[in-house]
Design a protein around this ligand. Structure first.
Ligand SMILES: [Zn+2]
Length: 108
């Protein structure tokens, strides 16, 4: 039996972390708008890294929200594709995963 409460807490904590990260990224990108031309080339590179981190964070947030919706529906911990219980070992590594090991392998 899966300890849903435990994973719910893990997901909440991770979501807060990601939202804080997104705010940092946004603030950092905004602060670059008012810089001198000389610094711009260096910052362009930095901006790409920042934007990538922002995009990754947004993608993870979407997955976590979907996992939280499955918790609300009582479906958390079960594969959305085949309905099998997702192994605890797998949930520990990727708490928001919607797939069991077998189905995840098919999607990769
Ligand atoms: Zn499956």
């Amino acid at each position: 039996m899966i300890d849903v409460g435990k994973y719910s807490a893990i997901l909440d904590a991770r979501l807060k972390e990601l939202e804080a990260l997104l705010q940092e990224v946004d603030a950092e990108l905004d602060s670059h708008q008012s810089k001198d031309w000389e610094e711009l080339a260096v910052e362009r590179e930095g901006d790409e890294v920042l934007e990538r981190r922002g995009t990754d964070a947004q993608a993870e947030i979407a997955k976590i929200r979907a996992a939280q919706a499955r918790i609300d529906e009582g479906e958390f911990g079960y594969c959305v594709e085949c309905g099998d219980e997702i192994a605890e070992e797998r949930l520990k590594l990727v708490p928001f995963t919607p797939f069991c090991h077998t189905c995840a392998a098919k999607h990769d």
